[in-house]
Each structure stands twice: as C-alpha cells, then as structure tokens.
Design a protein around this ligand. Structure first.
Ligand SMILES: NC(=O)c1ccc[n+]([C@@H]2O[C@H](COP(=O)([O-])OP(=O)(O)OC[C@H]3O[C@@H](n4cnc5c(N)ncnc54)[C@H](OP(=O)(O)O)[C@@H]3O)[C@@H](O)[C@H]2O)c1
Length: 311
C-alpha cells in the first residue's frame, strides 16, 4: 500500500476566480492562504454560489455524502465554491448528487464508491486521488449509523459490528489516510459528526452511544495529536435530525422510522450542514472544538416535545 504521505508538500491549485477592482477593472483573485476571506465582489456566472466564501476552490472530502447530513454538507460546501470528493457506498446516488451540484453551482466533484469499514479500500481511494485533488483541505467524517434499539447485552452481532466498524473504525481509517497529508502541508481541517449520543446515553442506544462517545474521545485526542500544527479539528454533535438515520436503524421499516419525527420538529440535515460550514469558515487561527445542537423541541437525549408539528 502506498503511503498517502507520499504527496507531502503538494499545494492546492491556485484560485481561478476573478474580481472587480475598486476602479472597475477585472483582475485575477490574488493567491491567498486557503482560509483567508476572499473579496466580496467575485464575478461568476453562477447565481446560487456564495461569492464571498473562503472555501472557493478548496477540496472537501465528505464521507456518507449519499444521504442526510453528508449530502446536505455537500450542497453547503458546493454553494461556498468548494470542490468536492463525494464518498459513500451507493455510487448511483453520488453520481446524481454530483450532477445536481454541477448544474446548480458549477461544482467540480469526484465521486468515490467507498465503504469506510474497508481500511485498504480507504487508503487506496485516498492515494488514487490525482495531484490536484489530493491536497484535501477539509475532511467531513460523517458516515455513521445506529442499528436496532436493543439492550446492550441483546445487541445482534451484525449490529454490533456494523456500528463499531463504521462509526469508530471507519472514522479512524479515513482520518488516518487523510490527516498525514494535512500535517505535511501544515494545513487542513477535520470536522467529525458526533452526536448528543456522545454525551448522553439513552435506553436501547447503548452501543450506538458508546460509538459516539468514542468519536468524542477521538475528536479531542486528535486535536492534541495535532498540537503545534495549523490543522484544525471540530466536532458537530446534533440531537434528533430527520434523515434516513431511523430508516437504517429500523432496517427499512418506514412506518416505524416516521414515528421518530412525525409529531415533533427535529433538526433538518441542512441545519447541521450550516454548523459544519460555519466551523470551516472561521479564520485560520480559530478552532471550533465542538458544537452541541438540538431542535428547540429537544432538551435532552430522550426529552422530546411531541405535541405535534408547527405549521
Ligand atoms: N439523524 C440523526 O438524528 C443524527 C443525530 C446525531 C448524529 N448523527 C450522525 O450523523 C451522521 C450521518 O447520519 P444521517 O443522519 O445523515 O443518516 P443517513 O441519512 O442514514 O446517512 C448516513 C450516511 O452514511 C453512509 N454510510 C453508512 N455506512 C457506511 C459505510 N460503511 N461506508 C461509507 N458510508 C457509509 C451512508 O451512505 P451509503 O449507505 O450509501 O454507504 C449515508 O450516506 C452519522 O454519523 C450519524 O451517527 C445523526
């Protein structure tokens, strides 16, 4: 296996945007540090793009981009002008998303069918990125799942394996493949998607909560491992979010999954993506360690106001 650190020292390709000078002349955007803010009057033909973003042309690698929070992050970063590496197991969904982002924001993206539990495949995929895509600026470690709602000692072995392999080991595999390059470039940002389940435990969620407690430890420890570098580490920890999460948890039982969200007003995936983007858009000297966020209707792990949808 080729060590991803082989690409050490590569720098991001330059900005291609142009902007209007105060004298009205069109000029090329000057080379800037990746997380410096860009001029506010960048000229582009694409109306939905955020022209003021400091993420313009930066490379953002997202796991679990085929659904829910990962997909919403892809849209948010695309709007901010980033180039995306979209990964998940369901390749056809990624392809569709890539086309949508291309037409809405003129986003350049690569799609990689990737199972984060397969360490070799993760390293191969990262190493396969061509030069211009290899210098990843932001990693969003999002792929994850809860399986079942059983007591810990009754957890089915395949559920146990699925949660541990994806939420913990998968996150470590992707981090291990990408972070050495960030260290070499002394630049980058890892945003881990944790959960309120990483802070509190709830009945039936013991194993899932254990994996998210592990994500919290990994987030905190990674920042210490990177101490002295410019690489940033953040955790965004949401409560209830309406995605396919419950559909997966209940093995495709849509009726059961719907009951989780039908009588309350949960977070939407876009709310979480907003927070992830905000972390990435802070000035280079600022590291957001963690964000804990819940819907107004949620006050603790199982304390959810179920008095109905607001109009
Ligand atoms: N929804 C919530 O209430 C909630 C709350 C707190 C935290 N979270 C966390 O948010 C993250 C995203 O979940 P979500 O709510 O957006 O759920 P989701 O809609 O089910 O999305 C999960 C994503 O993870 C990907 N994934 C699952 N297993 C994978 C694997 N082995 N390899 C690669 N990708 C894999 C899925 O893609 P493929 O199936 O195509 O591979 C999918 O894109 C998870 O880490 C979850 O724990 C969710």
């Amino acid at each position: 296996m080729r060590d991803c650190r082989d690409r050490a020292g590569e720098t991001c390709s330059g900005d291609s945007a142009v902007y209007l000078g105060s004298d009205g002349a069109v000029r090329a955007t000057p080379q800037k540090h990746p997380f410096d803010f860009q001029p506010t009057n960048v000229v582009t033909a694409v109306s939905e793009k955020d022209h003021r973003s400091n993420l313009d042309q930066r490379i953002v690698f997202i796991t679990g981009a085929s659904s829910g929070i990962g997909k919403a992050c892809a849209v948010a970063f695309a709007r901010a002008g980033a180039r995306l590496v979209l990964t998940a197991r369901r390749a056809e969904r990624l392809e569709k998303l890539s086309q949508e982002l291309e037409s809405r924001f003129s986003t350049e993206s690569l799609t990689l069918s990737l199972d984060v539990t397969d360490r070799q495949a993760v390293f191969d995929a990262v190493c396969s990125l061509k030069d211009e895509w290899g210098a990843i600026d932001v990693l969003v470690n999002n792929a994850g799942k809860a399986l079942g709602l059983d007591k810990s000692y009754e957890t089915r072995p395949e559920h146990l394996e699925g949660m541990l392999e994806t939420n913990v080991k998968g996150l470590i595999h992707v981090t291990s493949a990408i972070v050495p390059g960030m260290v070499e470039r002394n630049h980058g940002h890892i945003v881990n998607i944790g959960s309120t389940a990483g802070r509190w435990v709830y009945p039936g969620g013991t194993v899932y909560c254990a994996t998210k407690h592990a994500v919290r430890a990994l987030n905190e420890g990674l920042k210490m491992d990177l101490h002295g570098t410019n690489v940033r580490v953040s955790s965004v920890d949401p409560g209830l979010v309406e995605t396919e999460f419950s559909l997966v948890r209940f093995d495709g039982d849509a009726d059961r999954a719907d009951t989780v969200y039908s009588d309350t007003n949960p977070l939407m995936a876009e709310d979480v993506a907003d927070a992830v983007l905000w972390c990435a858009q802070r000035p280079a000297h600022v590291n957001i360690s963690e964000i804990l966020m819940m819907a107004v209707d949620q006050s603790h792990a199982t304390m959810v106001n179920r008095s109905g949808k607001r109009s």
